[in-house]
Design a protein around this ligand. Structure first.
Ligand SMILES: O=C(O)CCC(=O)C(=O)O
Ligand SMILES: [Fe+2]
Length: 326
């Protein structure tokens, strides 16, 4: 893991850049301001920038920044992302995440996820305890590529921690830490897998434990699990939302084996307030351990965004100059 802990001086400089931005942009519409935020990121302390630029070039699978500014009078953890959005909760922290994230890539969002917001809230929600979304808690979030279904998914998923009182772990498994045996590796390199939208995307038909077959009716891509550089392949997998093309038992076996090997290789990153982790969405999969939600304003709370190295990939796909994928 590549790790950089800001000095208190750097932290204060970063906070000052954020505060100046907020003073001149009183209405928080980050989609509209994303280009300006990237420009402001040029003013970040050079040590932070140098670390992020070199980690990006090295394709470090897990990049961690520590000692980022978090408001000492942080509001209580909201009960859902909807409430967080309505109350504009922890805006400065969203900006801090976008400022540092801008050095690694371009932030983007999804029309059908968390109301098309550029920065999401990750907090446990009543009724969602066992869901397959980030609002869950009692159920383990299976290792996954973020937005596995889409060829324009992020190069990084960025998570900034505001609260984590019970030190709940984010799980991470690196593709390079798994030695896929032949012929599994060969099968994983072939276009024999289907990738479906996960339940955090509002797509029809809705899938549930009662209606699992609905998944197959969702729009999906057919592609390989392993791809890219032969000496250091990239990875695309989410066991809950990936299957083999119908009738391909060899691909089905390879998929299960890959998921098992990744689960066995998983490590834990426990985020503390002021930590941000950038997980390379091509080189690692991530998930989360279980925990018991409290619903009293002290729960675990993260801000999340996705970053892409080249926004034009998105423009070409959506045929519009928008940071929102459809
Ligand atoms: O809560 C976490 O640590 C990770 C959750 C997750 O997978 C996500 O927000 O994309
Ligand atoms: Fe995720």
């Amino acid at each position: 893991m590549a790790r950089y802990v800001l000095s208190d001086i750097e932290k204060n400089e970063l906070a000052a850049v954020a505060d100046e931005f907020l003073a001149t942009h009183p209405v928080w519409t980050p989609l509209e301001w994303a280009d300006d935020i990237r420009a402001e990121a040029e003013r970040l302390p050079v040590g932070i920038r140098r670390f992020l630029v070199s980690s990006r070039a090295a394709e470090d699978a897990v990049i961690l920044l520590g000692n980022l500014p978090v408001d000492e009078a942080l509001v209580p953890t909201p009960p859902s992302w909807e409430v967080a959005e309505k109350e504009a909760a922890a805006i400065r922290e969203e900006l801090v995440l976008l400022l540092v994230g801008s050095v690694l890539g371009e932030p983007f969002g999804w029309v059908n996820q968390q109301d098309g917001r550029l920065v999401h809230d990750v907090c446990p929600s009543k009724g969602q305890e066992n869901s397959l979304t980030s609002a869950s808690s009692r159920q383990q979030l299976t290792l996954h590529t973020e937005d596995v279904f889409h060829s324009c998914r992020g190069d990084y998923v960025a998570l900034m921690c505001l609260r984590n009182p019970e030190a709940v772990g984010t799980t991470v498994a690196l593709v390079e830490s798994v030695d896929f045996p032949e012929p599994t590796r060969r099968v994983l390199h072939q276009d024999r897998f289907r990738f479906f939208p996960d339940d955090s995307h509002q797509v029809v038909p809705e899938h549930s434990a009662e209606n699992p077959s609905a998944l197959a009716d969702r729009p999906h891509e057919v592609a390989s699990v392993l791809f890219g550089p032969e000496e250091a392949p990239y990875l695309r997998i989410d066991a809950d939302f990936t299957d083999a093309v119908p009738g391909d038992t060899e691909a089905d076996t390879a998929l299960r084996e890959a998921a098992g090997l990744l689960a066995a290789a998983a490590e834990r990153v426990v985020l503390s307030p002021g930590d941000a982790v950038f997980i390379d969405n091509h080189r690692a999969v991530h998930g989360r351990d279980t925990f018991t939600p409290r619903y009293d304003g002290t729960d675990r709370w993260l801000k999340r965004t996705s970053l892409v190295r080249d926004l034009r990939r998105t423009y070409v796909r959506t045929k519009s100059r928008s940071r929102l994928l459809g």
